[in-house]
Design a binder for this molecule. Structure first.
Ligand code: TNX
Length: 467
C-alpha cells in the first residue's frame, strides 16, 4: 500500500534525481502555483514570496531540464531555458495537488529523449481546435513535447490546402470519418491557432499527410489523381492498404509538393511527417520511385521528413527520421537506417498504441497488435526493442492514438489514461530510474485528480484494486 504522506518523488514521469529533505515541508498557496503557471506561459518571471523562477544555467540542465528546490521558506525553480521552467512547473503542479503541502528537498531533472510524442488521428474522427487544445493540456502534464496530428487518410482529409478546396469540402465534409461519424477539418487559421497554443506550452506540432497509401479521401476529391482518372467511392470502413497515389503521374508530384509546401509554410517546427505506411496496393518499385521524389521535399522547404518505418525500403536523404511501429521484433531495415545515421522514433504497436484494447472486454479500440494493459506500455526499454537500434539512434518515443473506434473526447481520454503517463515516463525517465511498482503507486494518485477534472480514464485493475 502506498503511504499516506506525500513524497518528493511522487511525480510522473519520475524525475532523474530526487534528494528528499524529509524534515522539511512548505505549504504553497493555490494562488502562487497559479502565478507560476501563468509566468512560464508568458515568459515574465516576477519575484514572489512563495516561489522564485530563475532562468540561469548553473549546471547541466540542458534544453529541457530544471532544478526544483523546496525549503521551509519557499520554492526555487531554475532552468537554462524557458522549456525547463515549464516542465518544472508541471512537476510543481503535481506535488502541490490537493493540499498544497510540498515535501522538502531537491529535484534535478532532465529527459532521456528529446522527442516524447503523442499522436491524434483526426482523419478517422475529427476533433475540434478546442478539443485538441484541451487534450494537449492533459498531455503536457506528463512532459510530452511533440503532438503529431494525422491529418489525412482514406476516410477523411482534415487540413485546408489552398488551390485544392475539394480536399476539405468533400474530404472533411458530412459523412467523413469512420462510419461517417467524424466530419470536420482545420482551416489554416485553425491549424496556426493549435500550433501557437502548443508552442506556448513548448510542444512542437508534427503534421502528417499520409502517402502514397491511405489517400482515398484525396482521390475522391480529385479523380485526376487516380490511375485511370475515374472517380472512386468515398469509404468510411476501417480497411487499410487499398488506395495509392500514382508514382508514374506528374500530377501526383504537383499535388504532393503543394501540400508539403503549404504544411512547411504553416509549421514552425522542424518536422513534416509523410506517412508511407501500409502501401499494400503500391508496387515495391512504385513505392521507391514515389519516395525518391517526395522524401527530399521537406528538406527543400527547410524541414526534416519523418515517415513510418516502411520508408526504410527507400533511399533516405540525410536527416530523414524513421518511426518504427510494427509489433514484430523485426528490424525491417530500420537497423540499416540507424547504422547509416538516421534517427529513429520508437512506437511499437504492442507497447504504445493507445488504440489497442487494455483487455479483452475493453469497449473501445482494436486488438490487431494484441492487448496493451498499462504494465505492457510501461515495462520495456526502447533501446532494447530492435537489434541494431540502440540509444544513440533514438530521437525518442511516441504513442499514437488511431481513432477508428473513437467518437468523443471521453473516448480519447479513456484510451489515453493511464497509458500515456506510462509512455511519457518511458520517454523521460532514465531506464535505471523506472520501476513498475513505483509507477503504479504514483499513477494511482491521479484518479481523484482526473475525477475532479472530469477526465475519463480506465480504472485498470493492475493499479486500482477492485472497488
Ligand atoms: C495501423 S500504424 C495503421 C493505421 C491504423 C492503425 C490502427 C500505421 C502506421 N498504420 O492506419 O489506424 O494500424 O491501430
Amino acid at each position: 500500500m502506498r503511504p499516506q504522506t506525500k513524497r518528493l518523488g511522487d511525480v510522473i514521469p519520475a524525475p532523474a534525481l530526487v534528494v528528499p529533505e524529509p524534515a522539511v515541508t512548505f505549504v504553497i498557496t493555490p494562488e502562487a502555483v497559479a502565478r507560476a503557471s501563468v509566468a512560464v506561459l508568458s515568459g515574465e518571471l516576477p519575484d514572489d514570496d512563495e516561489i522564485r523562477l530563475r532562468l540561469d544555467d548553473d549546471g547541466d540542465l540542458g534544453a529541457e531540464g530544471y532544478r526544483l528546490e523546496i525549503t521551509a521558506s519557499g520554492v526555487t525553480l531554475r532552468a537554462a531555458e524557458p522549456a525547463g521552467l515549464f516542465w518544472g512547473v508541471q512537476t510543481l503542479l503535481q506535488l502541490a495537488a490537493g493540499d498544497g503541502v510540498l515535501p522538502g528537498g531537491v529535484i534535478e531533472d532532465r529527459p532521456r529523449f528529446a522527442y516524447r510524442g503523442a499522436m491524434l488521428d483526426l482523419a478517422r474522427h475529427f476533433f475540434t481546435v478546442d478539443e485538441i487544445k484541451a487534450h494537449l493540456d492533459l498531455l503536457v502534464q506528463f512532459k510530452i513535447n511533440h503532438l503529431h496530428l494525422h491529418l489525412s487518410d482514406d476516410q477523411g482529409w482534415r487540413l485546408e490546402i489552398p488551390g485544392w478546396p475539394r480536399l476539405t469540402e468533400i474530404g472533411g465534409g458530412p459523412g467523413t470519418g469512420c462510419d461517417g461519424a467524424g466530419p470536420g477539418f482545420l482551416t489554416l487559421a485553425d491549424y496556426a491557432d493549435v500550433v501557437t497554443y502548443a508552442a506556448e506550452r513548448f510542444v512542437t506540432v508534427v503534421p502528417e499527410i499520409d502517402m502514397p497509401g491511405h489517400v482515398n479521401a484525396a482521390l475522391v476529391a480529385y479523380p485526376e489523381l487516380t490511375a485511370d482518372g475515374q472517380p472512386v467511392e468515398p469509404r468510411t470502413d476501417a480497411e487499410v492498404g487499398y488506395s495509392s497515389l500514382v508514382a508514374g503521374k506528374e500530377e501526383t508530384y504537383a499535388f504532393v509538393e503543394t501540400v508539403l509546401k503549404t504544411l512547411a509554410d504553416v509549421t514552425p517546427g522542424p518536422y513534416l511527417h509523410i506517412g508511407g505506411d501500409e502501401c499494400l496496393s503500391t508496387s515495391a518499385e512504385d513505392y521507391r520511385t514515389f519516395l525518391s521524389r517526395v522524401l527530399p521535399l521537406p528538406g527543400k522547404y527547410g524541414k526534416r521528413a519523418i515517415g513510418w518505418h516502411e520508408i526504410a525500403a527507400a533511399d533516405l536523404p540525410d536527416g530523414t527520421i524513421v518511426q518504427y511501429w510494427r509489433p514484430e521484433e523485426q528490424a525491417a531495415g530500420v537497423d540499416a537506417a540507424a547504422a547509416a545515421g538516421r534517427d529513429v522514433i520508437m512506437s511499437p504497436a504492442d507497447r504504445v498504441y493507445l488504440d489497442m484494447k487494455y483487455d479483452a472486454d475493453t469497449r473501445l479500440g482494436l486488438d490487431w497488435a494484441g492487448l496493451v494493459p498499462v504494465r505492457r506500455a510501461y515495462d520495456w526499454d526502447p533501446a532494447l526493442r530492435l537489434p541494431g537500434v540502440t540509444e544513440d539512434a533514438l530521437l525518442g518515443v511516441a504513442a499514437p492514438l488511431w481513432s477508428e473506434t473513437l467518437r468523443s473526447v471521453a473516448d480519447v481520454q479513456f484510451l489515453t489514461f493511464p497509458r500515456l503517463p506510462a509512455v511519457a515516463e518511458v520517454g523521460w525517465t532514465p531506464q535505471a530510474g523506472r520501476d513498475w511498482e513505483s509507477f503504479r503507486e504514483r499513477v494511482a494518485l491521479f484518479a481523484p485528480r482526473w475525477e475532479a477534472a472530469g477526465v475519463s480514464y480506465y480504472r485498470s485493475p493492475e493499479i486500482w484494486a477492485a472497488d
